[in-house]
Design a protein around this ligand. Structure first.
Ligand SMILES: [Zn+2]
Length: 218
């Protein structure tokens, strides 16, 4: 990374500091002791889809997990593997008691592209990536089955959206999370940021489609 970039980031922190620490009223005062976000967002690591920026949120508003392709692996009991996403889910659901979990997917996702290209090319030259995105393999199978004549672009978009549903299904495999959903204390949401149009879509269980929640600018 070049020095001008780092300088820009440090200048950015100064502006942040001015807004949150240097005013008469220290806005961080209440946040120092504890956080109490009401929502957990699971978003992609992609540089274009920062949830706090997209949703215009303040510090303390969102508990966030970011990973390649915004995926949630299924629950694994008594595992010796270290699970970053599962640990974050456990903390958000059991300690913070968030009321909403949003899986925030997006268009032109490189992780989903890796998933689809891996199958098409029949080769895998990644060390971790292909194995990670294989969490969304059920999404790939479903869209290829339901849309055999789709263009590559249509398949990508369908898989990006279907993988959100796979993650929502995987969330429900965590017993303590499922319990809170069934008790009406926690709601799950599938959102999709269309960065081509600048729209936000949401999964509508009634119509089984992603519907615009915020349409593109006119
Ligand atoms: Zn992505």
């Amino acid at each position: 990374m070049s020095a001008p970039d780092l300088g820009r980031f440090i200048a950015g922190f100064r502006r942040f500091q001015k807004s949150w620490f240097c005013r008469d009223h220290n806005l961080f005062e209440n946040l120092v002791e504890e956080q109490s976000p009401k929502a957990l967002v699971i978003a992609c690591s992609d540089s274009r889809v920062d949830p706090a920026l997209l949703l215009d949120c303040n510090p303390g508003d969102l508990f966030v997990v970011r990973n390649v392709a915004n995926l949630v692996p299924p629950y694994e009991a008594h595992t010796t593997t270290q699970h970053g996403v599962s640990a974050a889910l456990e903390f958000a659901v059991r300690s913070l008691k968030v009321e909403d979990i949003i899986i925030l997917g997006h268009a032109r996702c490189g992780g989903i592209k890796t998933l689809l290209s891996g199958a098409a090319g029949g080769r895998d030259d990644t060390e971790f990536l292909s194995r990670w995105v294989s969490i969304a393999a059920p999404a790939q199978e479903r869209v290829q089955e339901s849309c055999p004549h789709c263009s590559e672009q249509e398949l990508h978009r369908a898989c990006e959206q279907e993988s959100i549903l796979v993650s929502l299904e995987n969330l429900m495999t965590f017993p303590w999370l499922r319990e809170r959903v069934e008790q009406g204390e926690l709601s799950l949401h599938g959102w999709f940021f269309d960065l081509e149009k600048g729209e936000l879509l949401g999964w509508d269980a009634a119509t089984k489609t992603f519907q615009p929640m915020v349409r593109e600018c006119i």
